[in-house]
Design a binder for this molecule. Structure first.
Ligand SMILES: [Zn+2]
Length: 423
């Protein structure tokens, strides 16, 4: 009976690898087709702001990225088939001959390094060929090398001790290891999120306070209403890597901050900067980061509980093409195989994120003129060569931000409401 379960699980898992990647490639193709069908003219609502030339450049740029993504997805699918059904991961595991937890740790570290090395040519191509071709790339090869080395070093400093700790807990506490590991992991996530804005991000970029005489009055009014401090608003030197623009809100407690890319600031008028700032403060005021943290803690608890339940079930290992049953393989399966099952609920995450963008827009429309936010958003689309059109299924699956038209219509409706409310 148990053999039958693992046999069915093997077939289901192999099908899952293929179906997931097939769906992802299908969605890419839908998006490219949607672009093709709409490339001859700028959509009505945008024609006064976006030129046909810019619209077509955005479509060419996005279609190129999607074509590249399809090759990457095919490559990833082949790789998964190698690691699982062709038992590449089992061979890698059996290849070492170390004692106890060193064997488990080395297997996971080696696997991560191989995955990293295999991903490197793709990111080199994306940065130095695609981004370069469309005039966005500002990264030099030496900066790229520095970034990669810092990333690897950070990964080693934080993740190797964490890995050893979890392996130690697994070996020491036979029943409650998953609960203790969950607590350790939650603590680690809090620690990482709290040091990210002040310690980790500055290793890659320079952050300077946003100082402007003319802006300061507007900023002070906005931040006071949101319970924020003006000294928590920063400019980041994003222009050293690329000419793409953005702004974001990060951290919590004392370490929270709003960050503007220098590339974006150059494009915006003062009123538009305030509108974007109001949007980011909206994320803070509406507690979007703590809400995401609570959701991630709940998910992590379910994940560790499931690990505890499945740890001693041979069919779980055999069903994913492993003959050994160890802590290292359990961690491997939860980091590499389980995400494939979670692919099906990823649109829910995108939907929540889009809903939060609407909420932050509504907050910004209350605090500033929504017309300024509309113009700032259009400038952002233009600067990043993002098409203002999208296939609805592609967007539902992947987009963390609502489609341009929906967002602008929403802001327009808020504008009408506000003006109706005036005497
Ligand atoms: Zn936002």
């Amino acid at each position: 009976m148990k053999i039958l379960i693992s046999y069915y699980l093997q077939i289901s898992f192999l099908s899952l690898i293929m179906i997931n990647h097939f769906i992802e490639i299908y969605l890419c193709r839908r998006q490219i087709k949607h672009y093709k069908n709409n490339e001859s003219q700028v959509p009505e609502n945008f024609s006064s702001f976006i030129s046909l030339e810019d619209h077509q450049k955005a479509i060419r740029y996005s279609s190129t990225k999607l074509l590249f993504l399809q090759f990457k997805l095919l490559f990833d699918a082949c790789l998964l088939i190698y690691w699982f059904p062709l038992r590449g991961a089992q061979h890698l595991y059996s290849w070492f001959n170390f004692e106890g937890i060193h064997h488990e740790a080395l297997f996971l570290i080696c696997f991560s390094l191989i995955q990293y090395a295999l991903g490197l040519p793709w990111s080199i191509f994306s940065t130095f060929v695609i981004e370069e071709k469309f005039g966005f790339n500002k990264t030099t090869p030496s900066l790229f090398l520095k970034d990669q080395s810092k990333g690897l070093l950070l990964g080693a400093v934080f993740l190797i001790p964490l890995l050893y700790l979890i392996l130690y807990l697994y070996n020491t506490f036979s029943q409650s290891w998953w609960m203790i590991s969950f607590a350790v992991m939650t603590g680690f996530q809090f620690f990482l999120l709290s040091i990210y804005p002040t310690w980790i991000a500055p290793l890659f970029n320079k952050f300077s306070p946003l100082e402007s005489e003319e802006l300061s009055q507007g900023i002070n009014t906005l931040v006071e209403k949101a319970g924020f401090k003006a000294k928590e608003i920063f400019i980041m030197d994003a222009s050293k890597r690329s000419s793409h623009g953005n702004a974001y809100f990060t951290g919590f407690g004392k370490n929270k901050r709003v960050v503007f890319f220098d590339t974006l600031l150059k494009q915006l008028s003062h009123k538009e900067i305030l509108a974007i700032l109001a949007h980011e403060l909206g994320h803070m005021k509406l507690k979007h980061i703590p809400k995401s943290m609570i959701a991630s803690i709940i998910f992590s608890f379910i994940g560790f509980w499931l690990m505890g339940q499945l740890a001693n079930n041979p069919w779980f290992y055999q069903g994913h093409f492993f003959k050994s049953q160890t802590a290292g393989i359990l961690i491997f399966l939860f980091s590499q195989a389980i995400p494939l099952y979670l692919f099906w609920i990823s649109p829910i995450g995108s939907w929540i994120s889009r809903k939060r963008e609407f909420e932050a827009d509504a907050y910004a429309a209350e605090q500033t003129d929504s017309q300024d936010l509309i113009i700032a958003l259009l400038k952002l689309y233009q600067q990043n060569s993002s098409p203002v059109i999208t296939d609805k299924w592609y967007s539902r699956f992947y987009h963390s931000h609502p489609p341009a038209l929906d967002r602008i219509k929403h802001l327009d409706s808020l504008k009408t409401k506000t003006s109706e409310g005036l005497p």
